[in-house]
Write a protein that binds this ligand. Structure first.
Ligand code: C2E
Ligand code: MG
Ligand code: MG
Ligand code: MG
Length: 282
């Protein structure tokens, strides 16, 4: 009967909710332990200048090598780290690690020193009253010039924290730290707010780039986003470039930078260093 089917559906629903809750709890406990045992690593994905082909920076991306479960993707653990406040120690660790690494590369390969490192900032971190002090402390400790650090904040996080975010961004800007809006196009920005954010760079979300080959429509959107960014004095990074056709179109549209598997996957510290050392044309 319909009633029985309904009941069965509820049971399935309950069971899957329960399973999810248990899984969460496991991840949370593991996360806590993982931070203590230093199971995390920073991977570096190159960001390439589309006009010169040179590497202009790296995005630092968190990786978790779980002792039993193997590789756990940031899409899985970052949201849980956020909800449990564990993102604060984890985020600070990541930031320090990335700043320290870039500083080492700047010293070892001085001719490449204009490269920057981009680090993702979560909503929790953005709302943390001591964020600026923590960043100051990390920059002082690692001796990284503030303008070599770029912070990425997603469009949705910005929109959810309009008042606090704008002031924090102004404070960071004043310290010469660079700022990017990440995943642009997915966060339902009211365009009237965009010019108020003191940001240097707009990153077009991967979803728009992946659709570019198939239709004119998405190219038109990408074109509009690039034009808008340029009018607001921002430069543009296209995320998720996977093929030559996308790259060619983006060059025509005067997009400044690209990031994606077409250039490189995120690399371990050792692999990234090999890439730096072997790049002839910096
Ligand atoms: P994101 O900041 O937008 O980072 C870009 C994501 O796109 C990365 O996924 C990267 O590996 C992936 N990607 C880059 N190029 C391509 C491509 O050509 N094709 C495809 N299919 N994917 C590409 P990842 O490393 O899995 O990170 C996912 C998200 O997790 C990040 O998105 C970011 O929002 C978050 N995340 C990663 N590390 C951190 C972190 O240290 N702190 C915070 N708060 N969030 C982080
Ligand atoms: Mg990012
Ligand atoms: Mg992104
Ligand atoms: Mg993204």
């Amino acid at each position: 009967s319909a009633k029985e089917r309904g009941k069965a559906r509820y049971e399935v629903f309950d069971r899957s909710m329960h399973t999810r809750a248990i899984k969460r709890l496991h991840i949370e406990n593991d996360l806590r332990r993982g931070i203590e045992r230093k199971e995390f690593a920073v991977y570096y994905q190159p960001i390439t200048s589309l006009s010169t082909g040179k590497i202009s920076g790296f995005e630092a991306l968190a990786r978790w090598h779980h002792p039993e479960r193997g590789f756990v993707s940031p899409g899985e653990f970052i949201p849980i780290a956020e909800e449990t406040e564990l993102i604060i120690p984890l985020g600070n660790w990541l930031l320090e690690e990335a700043c320290q690494q870039l500083r080492k590369w700047q010293i070892k390969y001085p001719e490449y020193s204009p490269i920057k490192v981009s680090v993702n900032l979560s909503g929790k971190q953005l709302r943390e009253p001591t964020l600026i002090q923590q960043i100051d402390c990390i920059l002082a400790k690692t001796q990284l010039p503030p303008n070599s650090l770029k912070l990425e904040i997603t469009e949705s996080i910005l929109m959810e924290n309009l008042e606090t975010a704008t002031q924090t961004l102004l404070d960071l800007r004043q310290k010469k730290i660079q700022l990017s809006i990440d995943d642009f196009g997915t966060g339902y920005s009211s365009l009237s707010y965009l010019h108020r954010f003191p940001v240097d760079t707009l990153k077009i979300d991967r979803s728009f780039i992946s659709e570019m080959k198939s239709g004119q429509e998405n190219s038109a959107i990408v074109k509009a986003i690039i034009t808008l960014a340029h009018m607001l004095n921002m430069d543009v990074i296209a995320e998720g470039i996977e093929n030559m056709a996308q790259l060619e179109q983006l060059k025509i549209l005067k997009c400044e930078h690209g990031q994606g598997y077409f250039f490189s996957r995120p690399l371990s510290r050792e692999e990234a260093e090999k890439l730096i050392a072997s790049s002839p044309q910096w």
